[in-house]
Design a protein around this ligand. Structure first.
Ligand code: UD2
Length: 356
């Protein structure tokens, strides 16, 4: 009797083993499917960022790739053996273009950026008396800045009621962002990094593709278009574009986070004009703000405030495009022959009067 039962149990054993194997197989299948889905979703998010939509989706990543193509265009053929400019450097040793008049075809670039439906944010700070520059700044931007493209002006100010109501072209709007005002002008200038960083994370990433961050005491006097856009760009300072690196006014105290040794550095970049994709501007401003705070804790402030920290960033995070001084000029420097256009020029001001 006992032997008979024992025999029966043994006969059932292969059946149990088979069930167990099937269960293991089923579990592995479920695990694999879930893991694959998670990966797919995160890739879809990354692709979404590239095509300008910012929602999580479950779409396969390749379905999100959008073909950017040009219509038939007629223009002068580029000449391999005949560079468009012989008098200036047009490309850096790390293959970033330097944007000078005559080196690009704006029709090709406009067509590409229109296809991508690019939306550009222009950030500017008008704190305390600097609100007096807003009207001229916006009026001139309406005439010359990214004409034909979607633009949002972000005006950071402590005096919201001082910002004039302006009529803007179609596809353009102005957003006022209220910010605290710091007593020292140096802090007003430097804290821009922190505020751009914060708004990049909270707001800009959902609203625009590129950011252009400039000073407000300026005026557009000629076209500034999509030729300036790239992942991350800086601008050659009008006072130093022909200067040897030892003479750049970088921060030279080794104790400062902005320190750059005299045998390093490519160019001297202006604090008042940088930009790129929202993601890259977030990284740049985040780095600069952290460096500013670290110095502050050690009772240090770099020689040219935010400009010094920006220059430090660009030594080790090379910009993917560089704007020539056409994009940031001060008429106090005269008008050298190399400068075919002056696109954005400083409005003369009495520093003491506006800062105090
Ligand atoms: C240079 C840089 C600037 C910054 C500064 C640091 C250029 C053209 N400018 O400008 O970007 O790096 O050096 O020392 O490269 N602001 C206010 N309210 C104030 C003070 C400043 O809103 O009370 C804002 C405003 O947007 C202004 C900017 O900060 O345009 C820079 O200040 P600035 O123009 O007085 O500094 P400046 O001319 O020395």
């Amino acid at each position: 009797m006992y032997l008979e039962r024992y025999d029966k149990r043994w006969r059932k054993k292969p059946f149990f083993l088979l069930i167990c194997l099937l269960l293991i197989l089923l579990c592995s299948l479920i695990w694999y499917t879930l893991k694959h889905k998670r990966w797919d979703a995160s890739m879809a998010f990354l692709c979404d960022m590239q095509v300008g939509r910012k929602n999580f989706t479950n779409t396969n990543q390749v379905d999100l790739l959008r073909d950017v193509f040009l219509q038939r265009m007629q223009y002068e053929q580029p000449q391999t053996m005949k560079p468009p400019r012989m008098d200036v450097l047009m490309i850096t040793p790390w293959f970033a273009p330097i944007v000078w008049n005559g080196t690009y075809n704006i029709d090709i670039l406009n067509a590409q950026f229109h296809q991508r439906n690019a939306h550009i944010g222009l950030t500017v700070f008008a704190v305390k008396k600097y609100t007096m520059f807003v009207q001229t700044f916006i009026d001139s931007a309406e005439q010359f800045f990214m004409v034909g493209h979607k633009v949002t002006y972000y005006v950071f100010t402590d005096r919201v009621s001082d910002i004039p109501a302006l009529t803007l072209r179609d596809g353009r709007k102005l957003v006022t962002l209220e910010v605290p005002s710091y007593q020292r002008w140096q802090d007003v200038s430097m804290r821009r990094m922190e505020m751009i960083r914060d708004q990049s994370r909270q707001k800009f990433i959902h609203e625009v593709d590129y950011l252009v961050c400039v000073d407000v005491d300026m005026k557009f006097t000629d076209d500034v278009g999509v030729e300036i856009l790239s992942d991350v760009f800086g601008t050659l300072h009008p006072g130093f574009y022909g200067t040897a690196r030892q003479h750049f006014t970088y921060e030279r105290r080794p104790e400062s986070t902005a320190y750059i040794p005299s045998d390093e550095g490519d160019f001297y970049y202006a604090g008042g004009y940088f930009g790129g994709t929202v993601e890259e501007v977030y990284k740049l401003t985040s780095y600069c703000h952290d460096a500013i705070i670290k110095d502050k804790e050690n009772h240090l402030e770099a020689r040219w405030q935010d400009e010094s920290y920006l220059n430090k960033y660009f030594v080790y995070h090379k910009p993917t495009k560089i704007l020539s001084p056409e994009y940031l000029w001060d008429n106090n420097y005269g008008v050298p022959g190399v400068l075919k256009r002056r696109r954005f020029v400083a409005v003369p001001k009495n520093h003491n009067a506006v800062r105090n």
